[in-house]
Design a binder for this molecule. Structure first.
Ligand code: FE
Ligand code: ZN
Ligand code: FE
Length: 200
């Protein structure tokens, strides 16, 4: 496999990731209580549509189709976002959950674009590197905007918490949560042998 092939794979992965977000971001915006956070997500949804177009342009330059590779990573990140969207919490607490999910989305994209830009430059694809860099800048700005929103919302969520005395139980509430708990215990057990080798 040539570096050019790796490049096309990476870009197809990004194209799938952005398309998944065009579908997921409206649901995330709808789930937000805070007007500023909602507006930030709606704004980034519009940017995301432009990012899909930029990737199409890049594929036009390459003379290749943009489809061909599904981004499993973004599927997982979006699935975690769905947990936040469907959370029974409300107000600032739920918004904090949504910010956690949205930050994961942006940082996953930042990693993907950073990798792709490196390859584009190595291949001498200056125009494509330029397109990808415009998108990378938008992802970075989106991440920073989320952090700005989180400052007030964290304070609010923290004070809402004081009024809410009831302790949530750690017990799984449905089959999905039970499976998640089981797998987390499996994660711990599978890490144990390697962790034992840790130098003290
Ligand atoms: Fe994006
Ligand atoms: Zn991916
Ligand atoms: Fe993004």
């Amino acid at each position: 496999m040539s570096l050019q092939d790796v490049f096309i794979e990476e870009m197809r992965d990004l194209y799938s990731a952005e398309n998944q977000l065009v579908k997921a971001l409206p649901k995330m915006a709808k789930a937000c209580s805070d007007a500023e956070l909602k507006a930030a997500i709606v704004k980034h949804l519009e940017e995301t549509k432009g990012q899909v177009e930029r990737l199409k342009q890049a594929f036009q330059i390459l003379g290749k189709k943009p489809t061909g590779q599904h981004c499993n990573g973004m599927e997982g990140v979006v699935a975690e976002g769905k947990e936040a969207i469907e959370s029974d919490e409300e107000g600032a607490v739920k918004d904090v959950q949504l910010i956690g999910a949205a930050l994961r989305v942006e940082h996953y994209e930042i990693a993907g674009y950073t990798a792709a830009i490196g390859i584009a430059k190595e291949l001498g694809q200056k125009e494509i590197a330029g397109l990808l860099t415009q998108t990378l800048n938008e992802e970075q700005t989106a991440g920073k905007t989320l952090l700005t929103s989180s400052k007030t919302l964290l304070k609010q969520a923290g004070s809402e918490d004081d009024a809410d005395e009831e302790e949530d139980s750690d017990e799984p509430e449905d089959a999905e949560e039970a499976e998640s708990k089981r797998k987390s215990e499996e994660d711990e057990a599978e890490a144990a042998p390697e962790l034992q080798k840790r130098k003290k």
